[in-house]
Design a protein around this ligand. Structure first.
Ligand code: B3K
Ligand code: ZN
Length: 856
C-alpha cells in the first residue's frame, strides 16, 4: 500500500465552496445525491478528482447535463471529471448500504439508528468528494426517511424546514452556515428521545441543547448535560470562546470505533461516554464522561473553527484539545489528582509507544493509514507540548497566544507551526528549539545531580539529557525542556530556594542556586512540567523523605512511586528487597490528616506491573508479578490495622457525586484491596458485603475487582450475581468481561479464552471487543504467559476483527509489537504471531501497517 508523506503536501486543485446533499435514507439501500460547486484553485489544467470508496456510482452531471461514462473515469477509487471553465457544478448520484457497513466508517446502522462517522476519511464512503481537511464547504442537507422508524432527523447546523412526504416518509432540511471540512459532516436518523436544556452565552444568546438517546436511557443523561453546560461556561471564562450556533446536539450510539466525534453542532458519542447513573457507572466513568463531553465541545474552536491543513497536523487540534479538557477536569476537583491521572495515562500508553516500533513524532512524517495515528503520542504527548508552552509563557502569555491563534486562523485549515508562531508573536518568546518536540520522537531522558558547597552556601545542579534512537531517527538534537525545580532543606523539610523554571536546552548544563546553607534535597520536574524520564539518583531514604515532605503534591506522589518501583525491581533483579521504607512511607501518608483523601488513595497504590516492566530492559512478567504481590501482601499485613481504619472511616455514606465523596469511595476500595492482600480470613466476606450492599457502581465494581483476583467462593457468586443483574445493560456487561480479563489469577488466560465463547461476547461491537480482548492485552502477566497462548489468542482475534472492522482490529495490535523487550522464547513467539497476521489473505492496510512496522 502507498505511503503518504508530509513533505508531499500540495494545496487542493479544486475548492468546493458549496455542497448540497440529498439523502434517501434506508438501512438496506440509501441513495445519496450530491451537488458540488467547484472552483479552480490556482493556475493549472488538472481535472477534478473526487475521492470515493465502496460507492455504487449511478450518474455524473456537469452543469446540469448528464455525462456519458468515458467523459468521466474512475482512477482507482477516484472519480475524475474534466472541466474547462474555472467554475462548474458537478453532481453525482450514488448508492450505499448502511446496514452492511461493519467498519463503522461512513454511514452505518447502530441498533436501529442510522448515523455517520467521517473523520478521518469516512466521507468518501458516503459520496464522491475531495476528502481532505483543507477543503471547506457550506453544507445544505436534505434528509428523507421512513417516519415510523426514523422519527428524528438530525444534521449539522440548523433545521430550516421539515415536512411529510408520501408513503409514511418525512424529510428535513439542515443548513450549516459555517464552512467546514467534510470530516465534520454528520447526520443521524432514528427513534430517539431528547434531554433538552439551554445555555445563555456570554453575549446573551440562547443555545438550545439536546442529548439524544433511546427513550429508556433518558434518566442517564443528566451528568453529560451538566458537563456540557459547564464546558460551555468554562471555555468562555478561560479562553474567551463562545458557542456560535443556536443549537447543539449530542447523540449516543452503542457501536462506535472510539470515544466520540466533534461534528459541527452534532457531536456523536460512544454511549459509554454519555450514559451514567449511580447504579451503572463508576466515578471514573462519570469523570471520563465529563472529560469527553468537554473535549468534543472544545473542538468547536480548536478543530472546527480552526481546523487542520492535513492529517499530519492532527495534534494541532487533538493535543490542544486534550490539554483543554485536562485543564477543565483539573478545575472540577483536585488539580493534583487530575495531574496524577494525566501522567499515569501518558506513562501507560505513550511512553511505551515512544519506546517501541510504532514510535512517531507528534507531527508524523508519513503514514499508510491515518486511522493508525490517532495515538497517545498525537493526543497525550501533544497535550504535554501545549502544556509546556503554557508553563514557559505563563497563564497570561499563553492566553494572548491562543487569542491571536484563533483570531488569525479563524475559518482556516492551519498547521502546528502556525500555533507555535502565534504563541511567539503574541509574547515575543523564542520557541525555535522548542519546535523539535513536534519533530523528534522518543522520550528524552534527563539525569540530575546536585552538589552542595556548604561553605559557599551554594548548590550546583548538573543536568544532562539524552534522546534514544527511534524508527527513522537515529540522531537527535537536544530539546528545550522546562523543569520546575525547587530545593528542600534536608533537616527542615522546608523550601530553601523558591521554585524556579529551569530551561534545560543543552546536552549538559549547570544550574547554580545561591544562598543555600542547609543541605538541600532536589525536587525536580514538579507537577511533571516536562514529559521526560527523570533520573535524579535518589536513595530510598531521600525518596521516603520527599514522599512525606515535598510541597508539590505531584512530586510527593512521584517520590512514592519511585520508591515502590525500585523496591519491586530490586526483588525482580534478585537483590534483597527491603519493604520497610515503602511500608513506612505508606503508613505516614495514610496517617497524614492534612492530605486530601483523593490524593492519599492514589499515592498508596502500587505502580502497575506493566509500568514496572517498562523500567526494565528485558521484562520478566512472572517475576514482576511475584515481587509486586509480595510487596502488596506485606503492605497489607503490616498495615492491616491502618487499612481497616481507613476502610471504616470511608464507609457508610449514601451515594453522592462530589469530589469529597468520590475520594472516600476510592480510598475505600484501595483499602479493601490491601486488606485482601494481607490474607485476612474475613477479606472475602468483607468484599462480598461491600459488593452486595453497595448503592453505587464504584463500590460494587471495586469489590468485584478485589474478589475476581482471589480464589474465595464469593468470587464465583459475585460474578454470577453481577452478570444476572446487568445482563441487559451492555455497558455494565462490558465491565463484567473486563474485570475477568484484568484479573491477576493464574488462570486468567484460560478464563479469557472461555469468555470469548460466551454468548454475550461479540467482536462486532467495538466496546465489547475491547472489554475482553483489549483488556487482556493490557494484563501483562496473563498476556505474556510463557506458553504463548496469549499471543495466539490475540492474533486470532485481530484477524477475526480485521475482516469486520480494520480500524478497531489495528488498535489491538501494539502489545504484540513489544517483542524486543521480552526474552528470546517469548520474543520468538510474538514475532511468529505478527508474521502469521501479515501472511493472512485480504489483510487491511490498517493492520498491515501496524504489523509490518512492529516486525521491522
Ligand atoms: N476527533 C475524533 C477522533 C476521530 C478518530 C478517527 N479515527 C474524536 C476526538 O478526538 O475528539
Ligand atoms: Zn479530539
Amino acid at each position: 500500500p502507498p505511503i503518504i508523506h508530509r513533505e508531499d503536501y500540495r494545496p487542493p486543485d479544486w475548492l468546493v465552496p458549496d455542497i448540497a446533499l440529498d439523502f434517501r435514507l434506508d438501512p438496506g439501500k440509501t441513495l445519496v445525491s450530491a451537488r458540488l460547486k467547484v472552483v479552480r484553485n490556482g493556475d493549472h489544467a488538472e481535472p477534478l478528482r473526487l475521492d470515493g470508496e465502496g460507492l455504487k456510482l449511478i450518474e455524473v452531471k456537469r452543469d446540469g447535463v448528464a455525462l456519458e461514462s468515458g467523459v468521466w473515469r474512475l482512477e482507482d477509487d477516484r472519480l475524475v471529471v474534466p472541466i474547462d471553465a474555472d467554475e462548474a457544478e458537478i453532481s453525482t448520484l450514488v448508492e450505499i448500504e448502511p446496514e452492511k457497513n461493519s467498519q463503522l466508517m461512513g454511514l452505518y446502522a447502530s441498533g436501529g439508528i442510522l448515523c455517520t462517522q467521517c473523520e478521518a476519511q469516512g466521507f468518501r464512503r458516503i459520496t464522491f468528494f475531495p476528502d481532505r481537511p483543507d477543503v471547506l464547504s457550506r453544507y445544505s442537507v436534505l434528509m428523507e426517511a421512513d417516519q415510523a422508524s426514523y422519527p428524528v432527523l438530525l444534521a449539522n447546523g440548523d433545521c430550516i424546514e421539515s415536512g411529510e412526504g408520501v408513503e409514511g416518509r418525512h424529510w428535513a432540511r439542515w443548513e450549516d452556515p459555517w464552512p467546514k471540512p467534510c470530516y465534520l459532516f454528520a447526520l443521524v436518523a432514528g427513534d430517539l428521545a431528547a434531554n433538552r436544556d439551554s445555555f445563555v452565552t456570554m453575549s446573551g444568546k440562547t443555545v438550545d441543547l439536546a442529548i439524544w438517546v433511546r427513550e429508556a436511557d433518558i434518566p442517564k443523561t443528566g451528568h453529560a448535560m451538566a458537563a456540557l453546560k459547564d464546558s460551555m461556561a468554562w471555555d468562555e471564562r478561560v479562553y474567551g470562546r463562545e458557542y456560535d450556533l443556536s443549537q447543539f446536539n449530542i447523540v449516543a450510539v452503542s457501536d462506535f470505533n472510539f470515544g466520540a466525534m466533534e461534528n459541527k453542532s452534532l457531536n456523536i458519542f460512544n454511549s459509554r461516554y454519555i450514559l451514567a447513573d449511580a447504579e451503572t457507572a463508576t466515578d471514573m466513568d462519570f469523570d471520563a464522561i465529563a472529560g469527553v463531553v468537554a473535549h468534543e465541545y472544545f473542538h468547536n474552536w480548536s478543530g472546527n473553527r480552526v481546523t487542520c491543513r492535513d492529517w499530519f497536523q492532527l495534534s494541532l487540534k487533538e493535543g490542544f484539545t486534550v490539554f483543554r479538557d485536562q485543564s477543565f477536569s483539573a478545575d472540577q476537583g483536585s488539580a493534583a489528582v487530575a495531574r496524577i491521572g494525566d501522567v499515569r495515562t501518558l506513562r501507560a500508553a505513550q511512553f511505551p509507544e515512544d519506546a517501541g516500533p510504532l514510535a512517531h513524532p507528534v507531527r508524523p512524517e508519513s503514514y499508510i493509514e491515518i486511522s493508525n495515528f490517532y495515538t497517545a503520542t498525537v493526543y497525550n504527548k501533544g497535550a504535554e507540548l501545549i502544556r509546556m508552552m503554557h508553563t514557559i509563557l505563563g497563564e497570561e502569555g499563553f492566553r494572548k497566544g491562543s487569542d491571536l491563534y484563533f483570531e488569525r486562523h479563524d475559518g482556516e485549515a492551519a498547521t502546528c507551526e502556525a500555533f507555535v508562531q502565534a504563541m511567539e508573536d503574541a509574547t515575543g518568546a523564542d520557541l525555535a528549539q522548542f519546535r523539535l518536540w513536534y519533530a523528534q520522537s522518543g522520550t528524552p531522558k534527563v539525569t540530575a545531580k546536585l552538589a552542595h558547597d556548604a561553605g559557599a552556601a551554594r548548590a550546583v545542579l548538573t543536568l544532562e539529557q539524552t534522546m534514544p534512537p527511534t524508527p527513522g531517527q537515529s540522531e537527535k538534537q537536544p530539546m528545550a525542556i522546562p523543569l520546575k525545580t525547587a530545593l528542600l532543606g534536608k533537616e527542615s523539610g522546608t523550601p530553601l530556594a523558591r521554585e524556579r523554571l529551569v530551561m534545560l536546552t543543552e546536552a549538559r548544563q549547570d544550574v547554580v542556586f545561591d544562598d543555600v546553607a542547609e543541605t538541600p534535597i532536589l525536587s525536580i520536574n514538579r507537577n511533571f512540567t516536562a514529559p521526560v524520564v527523570m533520573d535524579a539518583e535518589k536513595d530510598p531514604a531521600t525518596l521516603a523523605f520527599l514522599s512525606a515532605h515535598d510541597d508539590d503534591p505531584f512530586a510527593r506522589y512521584e517520590a512514592m512511586q519511585q520508591l515502590m518501583v525500585e523496591t519491586i525491581i530490586d526483588a525482580v533483579s534478585g537483590r534483597a528487597a527491603d519493604h520497610a521504607p515503602v511500608i513506612e512511607a505508606v503508613r505516614k501518608t495514610l496517617a497524614d490528616a492534612d492530605l486530601d483523601k483523593a490524593f492519599v488513595a492514589e499515592a498508596v497504590l502500587l505502580p502497575s506491573e506493566s509500568f514496572v516492566g517498562d523500567q526494565m530492559l528485558i521484562v520478566d512478567p512472572e517475576a514482576i508479578h511475584q515481587a509486586r504481590e509480595a510487596l502488596r501482601r506485606d503492605l497489607g499485613s503490616r498495615l492491616e490495622a491502618d487499612w481497616r481504619a481507613a476502610y471504616a472511616a470511608s464507609s457508610g455514606n449514601a451515594f453522592e457525586y462530589s469530589p469529597a465523596a468520590k475520594a472516600l469511595r476510592r480510598l475505600r476500595t484501595v483499602a479493601l484491596g490491601y486488606i485482601a492482600a494481607s490474607g485476612a480470613d474475613d477479606a472475602a466476606k468483607l468484599a462480598f458485603g461491600q459488593f452486595e450492599s453497595a448503592d453505587n457502581m464504584t463500590d460494587r465494581q471495586g469489590a468485584l475487582g478485589v474478589l475476581a483476583n482471589g480464589g474465595a467462593p464469593e468470587r464465583v457468586a459475585a460474578l454470577d450475581i453481577f452478570y444476572n443483574r446487568y445482563r441487559d445493560e451492555a455497558l455494565v456487561l462490558d465491565k463484567w468481561f473486563t474485570v475477568q480479563a484484568f484479573a491477576t489469577r493464574d488462570d486468567t488466560a484460560a478464563a479469557v479464552e472461555e469468555l470469548a465463547q460466551h454468548p454475550d461476547f461479540t467482536i462486532e461491537n467495538p466496546n465489547r471487543l475491547r472489554a475482553l480482548v483489549g483488556a487482556f492485552g493490557a494484563n501483562q502477566r496473563a498476556f505474556h504467559l510463557a506458553s504463548g497462548r496469549g499471543y495466539a489468542f490475540l492474533a486470532d482475534y485481530i484477524l477475526k476483527a480485521d475482516a469486520i472492522n480494520p480500524q478497531t482490529a489495528a488498535r489491538l495490535l501494539p502489545p504484540l509489537g513489544r517483542w524486543r523487550r521480552f526474552d528470546e522464547g517469548r520474543g520468538t513467539m510474538m514475532r511468529a504471531e505478527l508474521e502469521r497476521i501479515l501472511a493472512a489473505p485480504g489483510l487491511s492496510k490498517d493492520v498491515y501497517e501496524q504489523a509490518s512496522k512492529s516486525l521491522a
